[in-house]
Design a protein around this ligand. Structure first.
Ligand SMILES: Nc1ncnc2c1ncn2[C@@H]1O[C@H](COP(=O)(O)OP(=O)(O)OP(=O)(O)O)[C@@H](O)[C@H]1O
Length: 234
């Protein structure tokens, strides 16, 4: 589904990612792990078109070079960004509608209702401003909004960040469900154990380079990665 090769990502004069290869097969969940500052968010920004990058990114075989953020969104790339950037002053329903803004098919209302019944708490609060939701509810809303564009691939940036353990469990249960429903997912996470559990394949990024990659079974519960993920090696 997504094929990345020789990707370098730049923030002004700073090269944050130094030439990585990564692939996300259709219907799989790929986890991108690494310590703070490793270049995970930069990689997602290069895919969505919000950071300057060189190298090749292909979606379903089509090179994304020259496509802006909107073109890429229309092509099927959707992101649930870090920090749950909901529209706090819009209602839950309006937030979901924003996710479907580029759709022209007649199924938008039905899909929104489906999400509202999948998460009854969002259904109950459909007419309330999204800023009144808890962190976990906002995360569910962020993911549902990203999915309402009917993407080919869903990018998730740190979906468990700042959430209570019980809520983190619910977020990962949703990711697991989406994977079983056939969604293609690229998951950036600090919570290595949970990410490895849900992923088919894992990449570890450190200082802008892939230091390790392989099927998730090779990573066990993630405890072997402690040094690589904290940047401290014994
Ligand atoms: N907008 C920016 N301007 C300048 N430098 C940036 C910018 N965004 C990221 N960087 C730098 O690029 C490097 C990679 O950052 P990035 O946010 O991609 O890492 P990350 O792995 O996602 O870490 P985190 O978990 O902290 O978000 C870091 O050195 C960071 O300081």
């Amino acid at each position: 589904m997504l094929e990345i090769s020789g990707l370098k990502v730049f923030h002004g004069p700073i090269e944050a990612v130094h030439g990585i290869d990564l692939s996300v097969p259709e219907g799989s969940c790929v986890a991108l792990l690494g310590p703070n500052g490793a270049g995970k968010t930069s990689t997602l920004s290069a895919i969505t078109g919000t950071a300057r990058a060189t190298g090749t990114i292909r979606l379903e075989g089509h090179d994304l070079a020259g496509l802006d953020i909107e073109d890429r969104f229309r092509a099927g790339i959707s992101i649930a960004p870090e920090g749950r950037r909901i529209f706090a002053n819009l209602t839950v329903f309006e937030n979901l509608r924003m996710g479907a803004a580029t759709r022209t098919d007649g199924g938008v209302e039905r899909d929104i209702e489906e999400w509202l019944s999948r998460f009854p708490i969002l259904g109950e609060r459909r007419s309330q401003s999204a800023g009144t939701l808890s962190g976990g509810e906002q995360q569910m809303l962020t993911i549902a909004r990203a999915l309402l564009s009917k993407p080919r691939i869903l990018l998730l940036d740190e979906p468990s960040l700042g959430l209570a353990p019980k809520i983190i469990g619910q977020v990962f249960a949703l990711i697991e469900d989406l994977r079983h429903e056939g969604m293609t997912i690229l998951l950036v996470e600090q919570n290595a154990g949970a990410a490895i559990d849900v992923a088919d394949y894992v990449y570890v990024l450190a200082n802008g380079l892939v230091t390790r990659h392989g099927p998730s079974e090779e990573f066990g519960d993630g405890s072997g990665l402690m040094g690589e993920l904290t940047g401290v090696h014994d």
